[in-house]
Design a protein around this ligand. Structure first.
Ligand code: SF4
Length: 406
């Protein structure tokens, strides 16, 4: 078998169940789009009360340290008290991040959210969201124009972290290098790109599904497809396709699977450059330094960095190169770039993250390989549960087991 990456050479992100960079809050299950790969039942007027939300925040704070809370859903911008919610999270000393499709975001709304303390946005934009109007039937590269509108809107407001995520399907895998190239051109205002491999329950899975001792019909599981779909895209498949265009592309950190230590459930790459040139990629030691320092000084592991920090690429190169091989290599390239024209020293150097996520994998024995130290964990009935599979406890009272068919 070809080995794309050796997990032992990367930094294992130190995130765990009680001490994590991120937690996941869903104030509503209502959405104004119907994405193909969505794993949430879209329920009209399903907003939780503000008291319920505050209680969920209490549960998080009792059970888990988090640097940020991802406010998701549904689309959280449809939640009537979203501004108050952002302020509430901020008042608890946690960074509020909004995960949205962006449809209802206006400049005025953004300004209100900024005043309430929003720290960052992750915009879900991809070609299988059924976006109406001018974005209908656009492919991933054509949608870069929409991504740029959102990035520019945040940049104009200022001081807000900007991320994009998209679900990756068999036929959209090919667009990842182009999207990464686009993100490079806008490295000053696009801070993170996230690619999430599509997962669903499909007819060819050779399992029976059980809730406790009760067999359940696979077609009753919310995230199922009646037709054959590819559900085994891995983070390493995404690395391979990116390396065909950018051979130096080097991930530095990962989260392993609960069943497979050498699976890359979260695979993080950080690069440094300006809109003209990528100088290089951070190595594992840099990520280790950042996580340890942040935890030592702030008590939590870092999730999102502010735009003020991500534009400190030059200082990072000059001061932190002794600690990381990737930085040393990048500094060498930066010096060559300056030699050609020393005035380039005045051009800002930025840092950008690229993250691949590979959700649940089921092996032939029916073992479900989840993200070990899941960052996107949410609260359900006062317990911490995987947000990607929340519909199971909601619908069946427990997570489902997959048993090979006899
Ligand atoms: S286990 Fe599920 S919810 Fe948690 S990080 Fe992985 S994909 Fe996301």
């Amino acid at each position: 078998m070809e080995t794309v990456l050796d997990h032992k050479e990367l930094y294992r992100l130190p995130w765990t169940l009680p001490d994590n960079a991120i937690s996941w809050l869903e104030p509503t299950a209502m959405c104004n789009l119907a994405c193909d790969g969505c794993y949430r039942d879209n329920i009209k007027d399903s907003h939780k009360t503000f008291e319920e939300i505050k209680h969920e925040l209490d549960v998080f704070q009792r059970l888990r340290k988090s640097d940020c809370i991802s406010i998701a859903g549904g689309d959280p911008l449809l939640y009537p008290q979203i501004v108050e919610l952002v302020a509430e999270i901020k008042s608890r000393g946690i960074k509020p991040i909004i995960n949205t499709n962006g449809k209802t975001l206006t400049k005025e709304f953004l300004h209100e959210l900024k005043l309430a303390g929003v720290y960052g946005f992750t915009f879900h934009v991809d070609s299988k969201q059924g976006r109406p109007g001018e974005w209908k039937d656009k492919n991933e590269l054509e949608l870069n124009e929409l991504r740029l509108q959102y990035a520019q809107m945040l940049a104009d407001e200022g001081g807000i972290a900007c991320s994009f995520n998209s679900t990756v399907y068999e036929d959209t895998l090919q667009y990842i290098p182009g999207m990464i190239e686009w993100a490079h051109k806008h490295i000053d205002i696009v801070h993170t790109m996230v690619f999430i491999a599509f997962r669903y329950v499909v007819p060819e899975m050779p399992f029976d599904w059980y809730a406790g001792g009760q067999k359940v019909d696979w077609q009753s599981i919310m995230y199922h497809s009646e037709t054959k779909r590819r559900i085994d895209i891995k983070s390493t498949d995404m690395v391979k396709i990116v390396r065909e265009k950018f051979p130096e592309f080097s991930p530095a950190a990962y989260l392993n699977g609960t069943e497979q230590p050498d699976s890359f459930k979260w695979l993080l790459t950080n690069r440094i450059g300006n809109s003209k040139k990528v100088f290089g990629y951070f190595g594992p030691k840099f990520l280790e330094l950042v996580m340890s320092f942040h935890h030592f000084t702030q008590g939590t592991y870092l999730s999102y960095a502010s735009p003020k920090t991500t534009q400190l690429g030059r200082s990072t190169l000059f001061f932190l190169w002794p600690f990381d091989k990737g930085l040393r290599k990048s500094l060498g390239k930066y010096f060559k770039y300056l030699l050609a024209n020393p005035f380039r020293i005045f051009k800002k150097v930025h840092m950008q993250s690229i993250l691949f996520i590979q959700p649940v994998d089921v092996d032939e024995m029916g073992n479900q390989n989840m993200c070990d130290g899941c960052p996107d964990i949410t609260v359900h009935e006062d317990k911490l549960v995987w947000s990607c599979r929340l519909e199971e406890p909601k619908q069946f009272g427990t997570f489902l087991r997959s048993i090979p068919k006899i």
